[in-house]
Design a protein around this ligand. Structure first.
Ligand code: 6GU
Length: 287
């Protein structure tokens, strides 16, 4: 009989066990690749690859620039799992479904989650191609009650009211600064606040101005919900935005946000972003 997915503990557990039974090695680090940034997955050695459609209870990815596969393998000698393609609210998934992979990561044994995304720059100092270390977020859909933890809480994952003031691990952010400096990335490495919106339409000029005034440095359509669920179940989190375009803040501007520009910028800076992440992974310690 068809089982209605509830995205609960038992369902996550059986998916994790199914994956491990297919000779996937227990990963310590879980990586989520943003639009056009799936190249990280190709850096893994000794790969075991699963198409999302073949994984029990796994959602399907529908966006151009997102491959839709889960890759297990070794990065810098550490067992990792990498999502090439993630799930977004704008695809029509319920928010709990977009974050299901985080709970599967947890049950696979992941200790640290690294997320990447493409984002629009709101901070006027930011340039296209900048890499922003996320230090905090604004969960705009959360203000309207869209939170992946809404509903019955399962204590096996975490507490009813999880803290979010320490969501973006300070030590990992420092590590990124150190590694970035060593790699010579100082001129384009930033640290700032990421604001998530539901999408899929890009922001109006008035919306960009509002978000900027509210303290957001970059705006996008992902990551925050995954971070909330990852923190709820006690994984460490690190996240990066690639600034693929500048959010339009001026009524005289001729610029228009578009997905092609987002993917194009991703291509130009992807290699450096991947190098930053892999160098970090080589230095992450798990006790
Ligand atoms: Cl300008 N806005 C949003 N919401 N997401 C983006 C973006 C802009 N650029 C890349 N992703």
């Amino acid at each position: 009989p068809e089982i209605t997915p509830d995205y609960g503990y038992e369902e996550c557990k059986s998916t994790a066990e199914w994956l491990l039974a297919q000779k996937a090695a227990r990963p310590q680090v879980g990586i989520v690749c943003g639009s056009g940034l799936g190249g990280l997955g190709e850096m893994l050695k000794d790969q075991v690859v699963f198409k999302y459609e073949d994984i029990p209870s796994f959602p399907q990815s529908t966006v151009l620039g997102h491959t839709g596969q889960l890759v297990f393998g070794m990065l810098e000698g550490k067992p990792c799992v990498c999502m090439q393609g993630r799930f977004h609210l704008y695809e029509g998934h319920p928010v709990q479904k977009t974050t299901l992979p985080m709970r599967i990561f947890k049950l696979l044994g992941v200790k640290t989650v690294i997320l990447t995304n493409a984002a629009g720059g709101l901070n006027e100092d930011y340039k296209v191609g900048d890499i922003m270390i996320i230090k905090d977020h604004i969960n705009m859909p959360g203000f309207a009650g869209v939170n992946p933890l809404a509903g019955k809480n399962d204590e096996r994952f975490g507490v009813r009211f999880p803290c979010m003031s320490d969501a973006y691990d300070r030590d990992l952010r420092q590590l990124a600064q150190d590694v970035g400096e060593e790699l010579g990335y100082k001129d384009f490495l930033r640290e700032g606040v990421y604001c998530v919106l539901g999408g899929p339409s890009y922001e109006t000029i008035a919306e960009c101005r509002m978000l900027h005034r509210l303290g957001a440095d970059a705006v996008g359509m992902s990551t925050v919900h995954e971070v909330i669920v990852a923190r709820h179940c006690g994984m460490r989190v690190f996240a990066l935005s690639l600034i693929t375009n500048k959010a339009v803040m001026d009524y005289n501007s001729e610029e228009k946000a578009n997905h092609e520009e987002v993917l194009q910028t991703g291509k130009q800076r992807a290699e450096q972003l991947e190098k930053l992440v892999s160098s970090m992974v080589s230095r992450i310690k798990h006790n």
